[in-house]
Write a protein that binds this ligand. Structure first.
Ligand code: C5P
Length: 405
């Protein structure tokens, strides 16, 4: 069984002559153990019936944006959340253009916009349409957002033309999707990730914390595991399911997170600090609930928490590569550069949390990767796609650091 076993794969089929090959793709994915749901665009239903796809996938086929059968009528959101990966095959020139524009004018494009999962696109169209500058620009835009482009291949076309634009054969699409989950970039590496907020108790019922959702750290832990790493995820309290093949260590306060991080980071290959650690904690925690005194002012003295990532960087057996996050609201790059140096990090991943698209709790993120020698931007994409791009970058830096004499 390959990497697709038990994965939730959403197959979206748009209206081209190659739509019939979507049926074969679904059959092959099911053979790999994947759980498959199918979205047909209205055009696709001219080429292939919802019933065929239902029989092959074993699930109802989805065609309409407004779905009365779905919980709260929001079938698109349910599908978007359900998917571990969305593959649009075939993707017509029109669908590619609409995806590039971020349109949400049918079920297929709406789900593509709403899903936090990685999206892959398998184009299929007449060779002249594929070669057109408009299509090429759209494809480049999708690729720059982390969307995987599989194919097209060259050969004879349904219209009689010969050239690039044929849908990649379903077997080849399945191989490409397998590789997506199994890129072996961090094979054999030991990785420690911190995620989520920390919670600092004031008394048994009250605490100090922050808005971190843990989504970015969990996406990173999942992407590292999919890249073959042995992953230890140290997480503050969040409402997320841990990714598969990750060892979860649940903690509450910064002090607890620090102890666990120092223990697990010792001798690790990679440490990623994605947690939003509270900078301060109450000097003491009241054993009993603090009572309200009418007219009183309550003073809570706060003391500084340990800087976990800076302490990890001081370990004698320090991880080979340490990457931290800098969530900033102003002068993002300057603060991030300063933080990288001050904390002794190899890489800092800066993001602007004053932007509602990329703030705490958002499904998407846009970040800047800063190392000693390089700075580059990863444009707005789902946190999972950003995580995969960060894994690519850290795997590359890690190889270079390990080769250094
Ligand atoms: O909060 P700050 O912007 O300083 O966080 C930058 C980086 O340092 C993040 O990677 C965060 O996980 C880490 N950090 C930490 N311990 C702290 C504060 C921050 O590990 N006490």
């Amino acid at each position: 069984m390959g990497q697709l076993n038990q994965r939730h794969i959403l197959v979206a089929i748009s209206g081209g002559i190659a739509a019939y090959k979507g049926a074969e793709l679904v059959r092959l994915l099911k053979k790999q153990g994947a759980l498959v749901r199918v979205v047909l665009s209205r055009g696709a239903t001219e080429f292939i019936t919802p019933l065929t796809m239902q029989a092959l996938s074993g699930e109802p086929t989805h065609t309409e944006l407004l779905d009365e059968a779905a919980e709260a009528g929001m079938g698109h959101i349910e599908l978007a959340r359900w998917a571990d990966l969305m593959i649009i095959a075939p993707a017509t020139a029109d669908v590619i253009a609409r995806l590039a524009q971020g349109r949400a004018d049918d079920l297929l494009t709406t789900v593509a916009l709403a899903t936090p999962a990685p999206v892959a696109v398998a184009p299929a169209m007449n060779q002249q349409m594929w070669a057109h500058a408009a299509t090429q620009e759209n494809i480049q835009m999708l690729a720059s957002r982390g969307i995987q482009i599989v194919g097209p291949s060259a050969g004879e076309q349904a219209c009689g033309d010969v050239g690039l634009g044929r849908l990649l054969e379903p077997e080849a699409i399945v191989i490409a999707l397998n590789q997506r989950f199994d890129n072996r970039l961090l094979e054999g590496r030991r990785v420690v990730v911190t995620a989520g907020p920390t919670v600092e108790a004031i008394d048994p019922v009250r605490y100090l914390s922050n808005h971190s959702s843990g989504k970015m750290g969990y996406a990173l832990a999942g992407a590292c595991a999919d890249a073959g790493a042995q992953v230890e995820l140290i997480s503050g309290p969040v409402h997320l399911d841990p990714p598969d093949r990750v060892t979860l260590h649940l903690v509450t306060s910064a002090a607890e997170m620090c102890v666990r991080a120092l223990e697990l980071a010792d001798g690790a290959d990679l440490f990623i600090g994605a947690a939003a650690v509270a900078d301060y904690r109450p000097e003491s925690t009241s054993a009993d609930k603090i009572k309200k005194q009418a007219g009183d002012t309550l003073v809570i003295t706060l003391v500084e928490n340990p800087d976990i990532i800076a302490s990890v960087s001081q370990l004698a057996n320090r991880p080979v590569l340490i990457a931290g996050f800098a969530a900033e609201t102003n002068s993002v790059m300057d603060h991030a550069r300063e933080k990288r140096l001050r904390k002794g990090l190899d890489m800092i991943i800066a993001n602007d949390v004053s932007d509602p698209d990329t703030t705490f709790g958002a499904e998407q993120n846009a970040v800047h990767l800063i190392t000693e020698t390089e700075e580059r931007s990863l444009p707005l994409a789902s946190k999972r796609v950003i995580a995969e791009q960060i894994v690519l970058a850290v795997a590359d830096s890690l190889e270079r650091l390990l080769r250094r004499p």
